[in-house]
Ligand binder design. Sequence first.
Ligand code: FE2
Length: 186
Amino acid sequence: MWFQQLIREQTGCATYMVGSSDCGECAVFDPLWDIEPYLAAARSKGMNITRVIDSHSHADHVSGARRLVEATGAELFLPERIETTYKATLLADGVSIRFGEVELEVLHVPGHRPEQINLLVRDHSRGAEPWCILTADCLMVGDLARPDLAQDGSAGAATLFRESLPRLLALPDFTEVYPGHVAGST
Ligand SMILES: [Fe+2]
């Protein structure tokens, strides 16, 4: 399995590519507007971008998901509860996207945004245990995401603590965490 973090330094936005060495396909999670870094990274590994996934409706950057889909012919995946006017394959809690040895399991983690999802990443060439989780705008480094952008802050915080955080805490201790923002975030 190939795993690559791509960071936009100006805003601290962290995005991810996960690829299968077996089948040469890769997925992009939360792509930014400038899609060239993803195309270049895939080219450098000889991989085809076949799946593009947004974790939620972003308030801090413009998604490059549909540009990437247009450029590559990849399939677009969005959270089941997202409100959009364009076509995408909707991801419900618990479903998995599988290609080659890679499995991306969807966890619905509301609180920051009602529709937000995380991806639990498994590399079946290593084993069935998860290797890492892409926490997008849910779990940050030493913090949780803002709960007050899409709903009342108290309600959002309660949802984060009661529904979403326990699911992340229940994961095995060795599960690596890769958030959607790092230092430098606005
Ligand atoms: Fe967000």
